[in-house]
Design a protein around this ligand. Structure first.
Ligand SMILES: [Zn+2]
Length: 303
């Protein structure tokens, strides 16, 4: 084989390997390619720091058009009871409401949004399928409790282990446009982002308790402050407390988002559920599919 031909053959083999690799990647990851590319960039940045964290899933809750779920691996993830890597509070799941971004441009105070989010978490805690787990509030001590916003220039890289779940507050339209892409600032009410643990030496996800689920590391929830901002393009859909459509009820969105934090995915409609991917007015109590979903997730929790 002459040298030129060998070179061409080599290029074809390299190209074939590259195609196989990218097809393999596409087969595993699922969602909006642009969002998955962002997640991949974040994970490359994280890997460069030698951390054991990787972003795994982003779920958007929208008004109007729905958006796909975005996740890196096909294998699902779960919290691990007592996981020392996230400084777990035994068998409890902890949450924190970030007070620094708690007020909305529509005039809801930080104390009001905190109370509505507390109410949402208390609702999940009271569900009979969560009887083996206690959902415990951690006070906001003022330190930055979240990290995902830092990758987009909307906050610092905080302490990721102040609580398992962080309700990170109301951020500007531009943040949602940056994360969700064009239209995100106008369509996304809130989103949940879950990080999992990886082995920093291999980059592979871990399953330390052998339950065939990847290990959740932390979950953050971000709310879009464009809704009800008098200067924005969603001024007609203000955040409020027990507000009906076209207003957006904080507790309803908090219940949905913290349903993700407790590892429910989207379903329906039909059937109607708190975990429907699009906002449909006030829902302050789990519906049968939400309850069934929680039973499936939490049945094997130790205790
Ligand atoms: Zn959702």
């Amino acid at each position: 084989m002459n040298r030129a031909l060998r070179c061409v053959r080599g290029s074809i083999i390299v190209a074939a390997i590259f195609v196989a690799f990218t097809v393999g990647m596409a087969g595993a990851a699922e969602g909006d390619p642009a969002v998955l590319a962002l997640m991949d960039q974040i994970n490359q940045q994280l890997a460069g720091t030698g951390t054991n964290l990787a972003v795994e899933q982003i779920e958007f809750f929208t008004i109007g058009e729905g958006r796909p779920s975005n996740r890196i691996h096909q294998q699902p993830f779960r919290w691990v009871a007592g996981d020392p890597r996230r400084l777990a509070d035994g068998d409890n799941i902890t949450y924190l409401v970030d007070q620094s971004d708690g007020a909305t441009a529509s005039g809801v105070t930080s104390a009001q949004t905190e109370a509505a989010i507390d109410s949402a978490l208390n609702t999940w805690d009271a569900d009979s399928c969560l009887k083996k787990v206690d959902i415990v509030k951690r006070a906001d001590g003022g330190a930055d409790p979240d990290i995902f916003d830092s990758f987009f220039g909307f906050g610092g890289f905080g302490d990721p282990f102040l609580a398992d779940i962080v309700d990170a507050g109301w951020l500007p339209r531009a943040f949602f446009e940056a994360v969700g892409g064009p239209g995100g600032g106008r369509g996304i009410l809130a989103f949940s982002v879950t990080f999992i643990f990886i082995d920093p030496s291999t980059g592979e996800p871990t399953d330390i308790n052998g339950d065939n689920y990847l290990d959740s590391a932390l979950n953050e929830v971000y709310y879009n402050d464009n809704f009800g901002d008098p200067a924005g393009d969603r001024a007609g859909n203000p955040w409020g407390i027990d507000i009906v459509l076209p207003g957006i009820d904080v507790e309803t969105v908090g219940l949905h988002e913290n349903g993700h934090s407790l590892e429910l995915g989207h379903f329906g409609p039909p059937p109607n559920a708190v975990m429907n991917p699009r906002y449909a007015g006030i829902r302050h109590a789990p519906l049968p599919p939400d309850h069934a979903g929680m039973c499936a997730v939490w049945a094997s929790w130790p205790k």
